[in-house]
Ligand binder design. Structure first.
Ligand code: ADP
Ligand code: ZN
Ligand code: ZN
Length: 731
């Protein structure tokens, strides 16, 4: 014990503690929120001062001094630090790693904050007065010119890319023609543009009024609006309201929901007062966006999951779009739910939070029932489009061609004949989920997982989607040498091939992670779709979100039955959400839409309710099931996972934890340990122990009590283990 003023520093280390240091010798003492470099082990690390104290548990000879102070002023304020502390405590995660997640990687590494100016592009005089016809044969360049003009003649390079997609070659072309010129832009936003806002329809106006009326204090809202009902327009109006009051807005969107169209809509109305944060940014771009947000230069922050930690001064409103989306949950390392944290952040900042979705999570629907959130409903599509009609197609006993039933095949033909677009949803990429030998029964098992390697015909690979292992497709059976190798089942590649053969005069576009992995390729596909000619789109859940396809009038959903009988209790909810999100792509233009859902279980009650009574009724039924079983949202869970190359180590470890916990567990229930549904993955054996309770408090109490003892267990050293609070998947 030492009685000296010390600084408590958060460091990136897997230890659940702060580290004490003496103030630096040669410079003024840093205050909480400033980054420092400190001696650690044999080297140095960069961390953040979290607090100042009058003493330390350590003896004076073990206390070292801060080596350097990295910032002149704190990067995080006390509100930010409080939020991060709360988060670390709730998820029982080392605070140093939680604090690290709040910083862009350059600053986390201890690099000095860069100057904030950004390179951009400005119209030259020639470009500004260009005749619209002049770039007729370079549509992409014309688009850039028009967009620059709308933004007031100049824009940062990053905003251009985020709002109209990859456009580097168009920019180069325009520069070479002397129509635009490279400029250095100051960090302050330019003049706000004034895009024209449509007049709100009644339901939108009510929603905007309700949230606006609540600005200035905490309130939770669920904006429950069918796809195309104008939710984004509501967010835009709210953004304007918030800016008018001199406050800022944090808008979280799912990874796939952050589309150029969305950013463009915001930029058109709010100019470059935007900061866009997502995982695809370069390190420096991310730091600039983060700094502009932190300094209030960009009072509208749009970002994916980790943007929930962005420091934003004068936070006036938090919005989570597509709040049901699983991508808000970080599934590895520091496991957190950005959706849930957004609500906490709003509570702490005393501002409203709006959770928007066409298919809200059961958690949020229950929160409405319990009076914690107020529901705002948008029941009609904006602009008068009618909702699509849903029908089930019974495929029992039907001849299927790459999974396609005759009914769906005919519907596609009719759609194309009418000059319209059809979208076929199959949430499985690759050619076929397994390659098999007809002679001996060999299957393309993954050598490292309890799973099959997927056949990717285009790249000639067998590829495991769980661990990434790959090998060349064999020409003869590795077991018996026979050449009777056959793909079983169908993925998007096979479906694409089948459709191309069947409708050989129309384009078939495949949209999945494989077909869009090259930079700019997704934008090209989207441009082709928006051309509006008859075509077939084949895709995975990448197609389900954010996009507006006005010429799609038919949606077919293949292979949804897994969702009815999945091992996971959330499987049905996911299935319903995905199907409705994809369905929402149909008939968004003037033409009515139709949705055909193929199934072998047309009488399944959940499917019946979904198709005939809609998502609200489905959610009621699903919630009733959850209540029976006391699954979330009727109970709280935490999952302790363990894995090791030794098949017994995970069970041994979890059994030891069970022994420790069970005498003290009541009222928390312990389920397991049991092997994970996929017992072996990437060469490791996996098992888990589920902790469940009706209320959160006792669950967290026992976790707090257990963790130090778990860390001290001998068997803990033989496994990799992790704790997942509010897990989304029980694997
Ligand atoms: P959502 O976010 O619920 O899917 P959007 O806000 O994207 O819905 O709106 C769907 C379409 O309707 C968009 O093209 C949008 O411009 C248009 N729209 C939204 N609100 C209105 C309105 N009040 N009047 C006319 N068109 C609207
Ligand atoms: Zn064989
Ligand atoms: Zn594998």
């Amino acid at each position: 014990m030492t009685r000296r003023p010390t600084l408590r520093v958060a460091l990136p280390a897997p230890l659940d503690q702060l580290f004490d240091y003496l103030p630096p010798v040669a410079c003024p003492e840093p205050i909480p929120g400033q980054r420092v470099r400190v001696p650690f082990g044999r080297g140095e690390r960069c961390g953040v001062v979290m607090a100042r104290a009058q003493d330390s548990e350590l003896s004076v000879d073990r206390l070292k001094a801060v080596a350097a102070v990295l910032d002149d002023a704190p990067l995080l304020d006390s509100g930010d630090l409080g939020f991060l502390n709360w988060t670390a405590a709730y998820y029982h995660h080392p605070v140093g790693e939680v604090v690290g997640a709040a910083f862009p990687v350059t600053l986390r590494r201890g690099e000095p904050a860069v100057p904030l100016g950004e390179s951009g592009w400005a119209l030259t005089e020639q470009g500004a007065t260009l005749d619209a016809q002049a770039l007729r044969r370079a549509p992409r360049q014309a688009e850039v010119i028009a967009w620059l003009a709308e933004l007031g003649g100049r824009a940062p390079q990053s905003l251009l890319r985020e709002s109209i997609g990859e456009c580097a070659s168009a920019l180069r072309g325009l520069r070479d023609k002397g129509l635009i010129t490279a400029v250095e832009l100051p960090p302050e936003p330019g003049l706000p543009t004034k895009g024209v806002a449509p007049e709100l329809h009644d339901e939108q106006a009510e929603a905007v009024a309700a949230v606006t009326g609540a600005l200035g204090g905490y309130a939770g809202f669920l904006l429950d609006g069918v796809t195309g009902s104008g939710k984004t327009e509501v967010y835009l109006r709210l953004a304007e309201q918030v800016l008018e009051r001199g406050r800022s807005l944090l808008l979280l969107v799912p990874e796939i929901g952050l589309t150029p169209q969305l950013v463009k809509r915001f930029a058109r109305r709010l100019g470059d007062r935007l900061a866009v944060l997502h995982s695809g940014l370069g390190e420096r771009e991310r730091e600039i966006a983060w700094q502009r947000a932190r300094l209030g230069l960009a009072p509208v922050v749009i970002g994916t999951r980790s943007a929930v930690f962005t420091p934003v001064p004068d936070l006036g409103l938090v919005v989570v779009d597509e709040e049901h989306d699983p991508s808000f949950k970080q599934q590895e390392g520091f496991r957190y739910s950005a959706r849930d944290l957004a609500v906490v952040r709003a509570q702490r900042a005393q501002c409203p939070v709006v959770l928007g979705s066409a298919t809200p999570s059961l958690e949020s629907i229950k929160n409405v029932r319990d009076g914690r959130y107020r529901a705002l409903r948008l029941t009609r599509r904006a602009g008068g489009a009618n909702p699509p009609r849903l029908d089930l197609v019974d495929v029992r006993g039907q001849p299927l061609d790459a999974g396609l039933s005759p009914v769906l095949g005919k519907a596609i033909g009719d759609t194309l004949a009418a000059g319209q677009q059809a979208l076929i949803f199959l949430n499985r990429r690759g050619f076929a989920p397994v390659l098999s030998c007809y002679s001996c029964g060999w299957l393309s098992d993954c050598p490292r997982c309890d799973a099959r390697q997927t056949l990717h015909a285009r790249s000639g690979l067998l590829w495991c989607h769980h661990c990434g292992s790959q090998r060349r497709v064999p020409t003869t059976c590795p077991a018996c040498g026979s050449d009777q190798l056959n793909p079983l089942g169908a993925g998007t590649e096979r479906l694409e091939q089948t459709l191309k053969a069947r409708f050989d005069n129309v384009p078939v576009l495949r949209i999945d992670r494989d077909s869009t992995s090259r930079k700019g390729s997704f934008d090209k596909l989207l441009a082709q779709i928006h051309g509006g000619e008859a075509m077939i789109l084949v895709g995975t859940q990448m197609l389900a979100k954010g996009h507006h396809f006005p010429d799609v009038t038919l949606v077919g959903a293949l292979d949804v039955d897994g969702g009815l009988f999945g091992a996971d209790f959330r499987a049905a909810e996911r299935m319903a959400q995905l199907v409705l999100q994809v369905a929402g792509r149909a008939g968004r233009g003037k033409k009515p839409g139709r949705v055909l859902i193929q199934t072998r279980y047309p009488e399944h009650p959940l499917l019946q309710i979904l198709v005939h009574h809609g998502y609200g009724a489905f959610a009621e039924a699903a919630l009733a099931e959850r209540r029976e079983a006391l699954w979330p949202p009727y109970g709280s869970q935490a999952l302790l996972r363990a894995e090791a190359t030794d098949p017994d180590a995970p069970q041994d470890f979890l059994s030891a934890v069970y022994q420790l916990a069970s005498p003290h567990a009541d009222p928390v229930q312990l389920w397991g340990p049991v092997p994970a549904p996929m017992m072996r993955r990437a060469g490791r054996y996996r098992a888990h122990l589920l902790l469940q309770a009706n209320d959160r408090a006792p669950l967290h109490r026992i976790i707090r009590w257990l963790l130090p003892q778990i860390r001290a267990l001998k068997s803990a050293r033989k496994v990799r283990w992790s704790l997942d609070v509010d897990p989304l998947d029980l694997y």
